[in-house]
Design a protein around this ligand. Structure first.
Ligand code: IDP
Length: 143
């Protein structure tokens, strides 16, 4: 199976709960390696641009407001089947529907504040990684 990269955000609610390490630990225990990581306070423009595909949705304003409410951790994760693996570890968008043991089931309380973001396909992963990281910020850890 090919080694893939995916983009992850630990959202403001999870950073505020001080569970950054617990979430990263789930990635590491499941074969994903952090190859880039930084804490960042998103600007309104950055959050709006990142979620541009949702700009016509009713929840867009609240989503941008939440994503800029405190610092986030943006990360690039690498491993076999990383995009799908991360989505499995995250659980469903609505934590109330997320499978037991997933990050959202364990650390999130609502669909508005759901602890993590993860790319949904290799193409969006490439776009999202480039949105937050320059090539020289990505480290080579396998080899
Ligand atoms: P995902 O984060 O699981 O990929 P998306 O459908 O891409 O889910 O939505 C992006 C984010 O927008 C979600 O993580 C969630 O925070 C928010 N969101 C999505 N749908 C709703 C909704 O119906 N109400 C409120 N917030 C929503």
């Amino acid at each position: 199976m090919a080694i893939e990269r995916t983009f992850s955000i630990i959202k403001p609610d999870a950073v505020a709960k001080n569970v950054i390490g617990e979430i990263v630990s789930r990635f590491e225990k499941n074969g994903l390696r952090v190859v880039a990581s930084k804490m960042q306070q998103l600007s309104q423009e950055q959050a709006e641009g990142f979620y541009a595909e949702h700009k016509e949705r009713g929840f867009f304003k609240d989503l941008v407001s939440f994503m800029t409410s405190g610092p986030v951790i943006v990360q690039v994760l690498e491993g076999e089947n990383a995009v799908l693996k991360n989505r499995e570890l995250m659980g469903a968008t609505n934590p109330k529907e997320a499978a037991p043991g997933t990050i959202r089931a364990d650390f999130a309380v609502s669909i508005d504040e759901n602890a993590v973001h993860g790319s949904d396909a290799p193409e969006s992963a490439a776009r999202e990684i480039a949105y937050f990281f320059s090539a020289d910020e990505l480290c080579d850890r396998i080899r």
